[in-house]
Design a binder for this molecule. Structure first.
Ligand SMILES: *Cc1c(COP(=O)(O)O)cnc(C)c1O
Length: 404
């Protein structure tokens, strides 16, 4: 057997400590499944944190990586390369945006969005001729782990861990337009939000709120930035979540699903907003052909006839199965968009469920509990109905066990 290594044989402490992890080393992935060092298989509803849009190691990504690695890895960001041009064309043709800058992570894309908004606020000063730089963000939002994106995030406690914060990110309440309006002043340049708050427990912005926000920002001459790092790339059943409310934002960021598992993210803007000048923005690996070739393979799959409809259908199926589970086990219901959903447990048993589900035998189930009273589901967008049924059956077993 190739899987004969003991966990204790891995010198895991050579890795810097950043979080608690279970004593497992994952060695293989295939679609909705992962295999650990001991050969045990797990049905994976994390998918690299909503990253593996097409599941673990899909054929189209293997092919894209192999073919591109034989051509060219990185000519340098000082030169054009073909896959990045093709991917930018596919993104602009299928969105309301005209210009794309590729990055390596969602946080870096959001940093770029913040820089672009501040640059625009410098070029479009207030009536007193002063730069506008404040970006209104939301309590419980998540925008990444760099200093500026942590400051933009509304995660409780994040204002003090690495104090002082980057200034200029006042916080409003999601789905409360008046709370945004109160914060607008002559320094405000933008409002930035996740159309579906992901890390805080899958809380969708309502259609009315998105539409009201667009109206308000247009009236007051400020930008609307959507962070679609988690909600974009087909996750909600639309290619981008802003399409659910029929609005046209000024700036959008993408990450996670766009690379289907490899480090790729993007900053998109409408033409009139894209005001970077030479030297304002860049990066050694940004838009490299190896990663953007994967992005091309991923988006072509999402755009194939019927694919996004199948995400909607499976999202509706998952929703109805979670409601059945709610009735059976006396839980509090579910919420979400497409294949980004949360089950409301009604009590703080999320972490316990995650542990028991992972330790099930002979196959385990990988789940995520972003808050102790709920579970979040972020399956591959090509998950099958049978894989949803199997997860629901396993989760029902776990809930029954915990009820005893
Ligand atoms: C994951 C996430 C980020 C950060 O992306 P990284 O690639 O981890 O830097 C930013 N915004 C949202 C909404 C996310 O879900």
């Amino acid at each position: 057997m190739e899987h004969s290594v003991e966990f204790s044989e891995y010198p895991v402490n050579d890795l810097m400590y950043i979080t608690n992890r279970p004593p497992l080393v994952f060695t293989e992935g295939d679609g909705m499944w992962m295999t650990d060092h001991a050969g045990k298989r797990y049905l994976d509803y994390l998918q690299g944190w909503a990253v593996n849009a097409l599941g673990h190691s899909p054929q189209c990504i293997q092919d894209a990586l192999l073919a591109q690695s034989k051509k060219i890895l990185n000519p340098s960001p000082a030169f054009y390369n073909a896959p990045s041009i093709e991917l930018a064309g596919l993104l602009t043709a299928n969105s309301c945006f005209d210009r794309v800058f590729f990055t390596n992570s969602g946080a870096e894309a959001n940093e770029g969005a913040i820089k672009l908004a501040r640059k625009w606020g410098k070029k479009n000063p207030n009536p007193a001729g002063q730069h506008r730089f404040e970006i209104i963000t939301f309590n419980h939002s998540f925008h990444g782990r760099t200093l500026a994106t942590m400051s933009a995030s509304g995660k409780p406690g994040w204002d003090t861990i690495f104090a002082p914060q980057v200034p200029g990110f006042p916080k409003a309440e999601l789905n409360d337009l008046a709370s945004v309006e109160r914060l607008i002043n002559d320094k405000t340049v933008a409002v930035m939000l996740e159309p579906v708050q992901g890390e805080s427990g899958v809380i969708p912005a309502s259609r009315e709120f998105m539409q009201g926000l667009r109206e308000l920002t247009k009236q007051r001459g400020i930008l609307l930035i959507v962070d679609e790092v988690q909600s974009g790339m087909g996750r909600t059943g639309e290619l981008f979540a802003y399409q659910l409310s029929g609005i046209t934002p000024d700036i959008m960021t993408l990450g996670k699903g766009i690379g289907g598992g490899v480090p790729l993210a993007a900053l998109l803007a409408r033409e009139e907003i894209a005001c970077f000048e030479a030297g304002d923005q860049g990066g050694t690996y940004n838009g490299n052909p190896l990663m953007t070739a994967v992005g091309v393979a991923v988006i072509k799959t999402l755009l194939a006839p019927g694919f996004l409809q199948s995400v909607k259908d499976k999202g509706a199926y998952l929703s109805s199965e979670l409601l059945k589970l709610t009735a059976k086990h006396g839980l509090e219901g579910e919420r979400g968009e497409g294949l980004l959903r949360a089950l409301k447990l009604g009590k703080d048993i999320g972490p316990q469920i995650v542990d028991v589900a992972r330790d099930l035998n002979p196959v385990g189930l990988l789940l995520n509990s972003p808050r102790p009273n709920l579970l979040r589901f972020m399956p591959a967008l090509n998950v099958t109905i049978a894989e949803i049924d199997q997860m629901i059956a396993m989760l029902s077993d776990v809930l029954s066990k915990l009820e005893k």
